[in-house]
Ligand binder design. Structure first.
Ligand code: SF4
Length: 238
């Protein structure tokens, strides 16, 4: 079981993978710019109690900060409270993805040690340039559980040197959705999957994206089918 917790909302673009960010797209549909950064009403969600105990029940996976970046500069004043909630709710598993991994080392709470057992951090790498910039930093951080998120996948990525470290538990891959989506080549996905298979790392092909190139042909995949089509490719490694 899983829930989504968006303690704050809004972001700023930092790299190519942000070009068609859905936070901006969804805000645009509501007449907002997407650059407006604010705390959400759900900020205290992990600590909310109902009649039967915690509203978010023990054992849930909590996907954190999916309408922003957990390490966004403007969220620095709020993050200490978010860490505190993660520490209090050790019966939950928190997962956040970031394109600002270079900031994490300076933002960890004082009792972090080698990492909280109940936090997985995903480092997003949309192409080889970002993998080569972000992953060396990522691998040196004290973390209990690391994932690499290649979504939106914008080019071929050789993850082999990083998977060799044995510090990456999982790789997720997917294409880009929405207006202006860029092509994702199936061969790029296969290459990531094969690298994971060679290193005994879990792999998940999350979604095809809107434009999939396969055997030289471009397929337009409706949003409703993107997840199912990826799963039907049978590439996942558990
Ligand atoms: S870091 Fe993530 S949330 Fe922020 S602009 Fe880029 S894609 Fe959007």
């Amino acid at each position: 079981m899983s829930v989504t917790w968006n303690p704050w909302h809004g972001c700023r673009r930092v790299s190519e993978g942000c070009r068609n960010c859905y936070v901006y797209r969804i805000d645009g549909e509501h007449g907002k710019s997407g650059g407006e950064i604010r705390l959400n009403a759900d900020f205290l969600l992990p600590l909310r109690e109902g009649k039967q105990g915690w509203k978010v029940e023990p054992g849930e996976t909590v996907y954190t900060c999916f309408s922003s970046d957990f390490l966004l500069e403007e969220a620095d004043p709020w993050r200490a409270d978010a860490w505190r909630m993660m520490r209090i709710r050790q019966d939950l598993h928190f997962v956040f993805f970031t394109k600002r991994i270079e900031r994490l080392g300076g933002l960890l709470p004082s009792d972090w040690g080698e990492g909280y057992d109940n936090v997985t951090v995903g480092c997003t790498c949309e192409n080889q340039e970002m993998a080569d910039r972000r992953l060396p930093v990522f691998l040196e951080l004290p973390l209990r559980c690391r994932a690499v998120v290649c979504e939106p996948l914008l080019g071929a990525i050789d993850l082999g040197p990083y998977l060799n470290s044995r510090r990456i538990a999982e790789v997720l891959a997917g294409g880009e959705s929405g207006e202006g989506a860029r092509v994702c080549d199936f061969e790029w996905v296969i290459a990531l999957r094969n690298a994971c298979a060679a290193h005994g790392v879990r792999f998940s092909y999350h979604q095809t994206g809107a434009l999939l190139r396969r055997d030289g042909r471009i397929y337009h995949i409706p949003r409703a089918s993107q997840h199912d089509q990826a799963k039907r490719a049978g590439l996942d490694l558990c």
